[in-house]
Design a protein around this ligand. Structure first.
Ligand SMILES: Cc1cc2nc3c(=O)[nH]c(=O)nc-3n(C[C@H](O)[C@H](O)[C@H](O)COP(=O)(O)O)c2cc1C
Length: 232
């Protein structure tokens, strides 16, 4: 009886301790990360870490679970030189270990929703007919939206995996720079997205900071929590 009690107390303490450490390591990782300006061109991120980061993006939530995105992983140096020219010559494009271009769907139609319904049915061992109500709810919600609204909606969704990939990179101690400073129509041409149902929306460059990147030492600048977080 006494030994059981001791084990339970120990377990409780471990849970508390693990949770506490974990929470600390998240905020530490978020303080450690910064939008890396200069990458060390000699350092490569492991396939394991890259796959973990991409998987975190794939597991991102989205409105109705529609996942209106693709993540394009680019290592090819020639392709990256071309992309750099279309990104105001930002060095991260060629100097980071890997580049991920996040693209969003430009449309949302019944055939895409059908594909999505089928994937749920397959995963959960259901009859797709049982998802008819869900499908109609999605169709109903997009019926009133114009082309531009759908595009903007899909683009907004795509920032969720971007954020999750950024945080995952930080937890893995992989440096990253989220980037919007590029000409998306030029990117779409280079990446052969033009004329497809996808368009580039953001870049995530991944690698390791150069020791010469002075911005790595800038103190993190954020508005105070009391101003940002409203409690009612
Ligand atoms: C959507 C988005 C687009 C960004 N675009 C660029 C970019 O094109 N080039 C760049 O060097 N930094 C870019 N940044 C980085 C921000 O400037 C940076 O995150 C911000 O100043 C806060 O600094 P910190 O991330 O170092 O804490 C972008 C960040 C976000 C979230």
């Amino acid at each position: 009886m006494v030994s059981k009690l001791i084990i339970s107390i120990k377990k409780l303490f471990n849970v508390y301790n693990t949770t506490n450490n974990y929470m600390k390591s998240i905020s530490e990782a978020l303080m450690w990360r910064y939008a890396t300006k200069q990458f060390d061109t000699t350092k490569k991120v492991s396939d394991e870490a890259i796959n973990e980061i991409l998987e975190a993006g794939r597991l991102s939530p989205s409105s109705y679970g529609l996942q209106p995105w693709k993540f394009i992983l680019i290592e090819n140096p020639e392709l990256r030189t071309k992309l750099r020219e279309a990104a105001y010559n930002q060095s991260q494009l060629t100097d980071a270990s890997h580049i991920v271009v996040v693209a969003h769907r430009t449309t949302m139609d019944e055939s895409y929703i059908d594909t999505y319904m089928q994937s749920i049915a397959d995963t959960r061992g259901m009859d797709v007919k049982d998802l008819e109500g869900f499908k109609n709810a999605i169709l109903g919600s997009i019926a009133g939206k114009g082309e531009a609204d759908i595009k903007a909606w899909n683009a907004r969704q795509s920032y969720l995996p971007l954020g999750i990939m950024l945080e995952t990179a930080a937890l893995l101690e992989v440096d990253a720079c989220p980037m919007e400073g590029f000409d998306s129509s030029k990117f779409d041409e280079i990446l052969e997205l033009s004329g497809t149902e996808y368009a580039s929306v953001a870049i995530l460059s991944l690698g390791y900071r150069s020791t010469e990147d002075a911005t790595a030492n800038y103190p993190k600048s954020r508005f105070p929590a009391e101003e940002v977080i409203i409690r009612k």
